[in-house]
Design a protein around this ligand. Sequence first.
Ligand SMILES: NCc1[nH]cc(CCC(=O)O)c1CC(=O)O
Length: 315
Amino acid sequence: MSTSFTATSPLRLGTRGSPLALVQANEVADRLIAVHGLEAGAVEIVPISTKGDREQSRPLSEIGGKGLFALEIEAALRSGDIHIAVHSMKDVETVVPAEFEITAMLPREDTRDVWLSPVAAHPRDLPQGAVVGTASLRRGAQIKAMRPDVEIINFRGNVQTRMDKLARGEVQGTMLALAGLKRLGLEDKATCLLEPPEMIAAVGQGAIGIETRKADDDVRHLVAALDDADTHLCVACERAMLAELDGTCRTPIGGHAVLVADDLVKLTAVLLAEDGSQVFRYEGEAAAADALAMGKEAGAKLKAEAGEDFVANMA
Ligand SMILES: NCc1[nH]cc(CCC(=O)O)c1CC(=O)O
């Protein structure tokens, strides 16, 4: 295996600058060093500020969806300023530009969302007309499906910022990914876990993806050694579902695939109206070799069930 990356000529690993992104990047760096026996310092982390991080006030769905977090990072990958990009798979567009690929995914963390609130042990315990903050249409719609009286307000910022806003009483509850809280050592801040079917996680939630340039064979081979095949398969299944429906982040969609036996993938997916008034669900199982086809079929079935008018209003 190539060990051409050294402390004086390190492998440059680009990621967002948030505390969570940096923890994730460090995990990738540590694994690369361990697996390939590289010298400490052979991997350098390069924080990159993205439009998604700078534009904190408008809803993500308005400013252009998840691509916002990837654009500047992919520009750095294209120019050679970085060799690899580390992302939360949740934030990666369903279509990766042709010159790049997601070469590896680390073993997945817990995929569930958690509820955080100083006043309600669970969303069902909120006072009438309470205000819940989230930037996620998916989380907002699933809360509205549970509690139509609740008001959802846009709530952005990194994990710590959102917890601070909650503590200041700006909202009575919010939701976060357990995976992110765990990586930051903050899981004890969760009020309760939100389980399927009342809350289906985002496609890719809990998975860290590593993107490379297809033409960069040396780097691709280094990174491929970190791939967790089960995670890759399940996330690919979820992404096939999302790609069939809408990859833009402007429609509330949840999707979760899991290996239930050696060769059996179970997919649970949900498509909702933004106000939670309509909920369409899919559940299916398929052999691993058919997991992508199942994802595609799930998307198509949800689309057909929702109907033309719903789909026309989606994007
Ligand atoms: N959109 C931000 C984002 N991207 C990935 C995670 C959590 C970590 C993960 O899902 O792997 C978060 C924060 C959150 O939703 O709470």
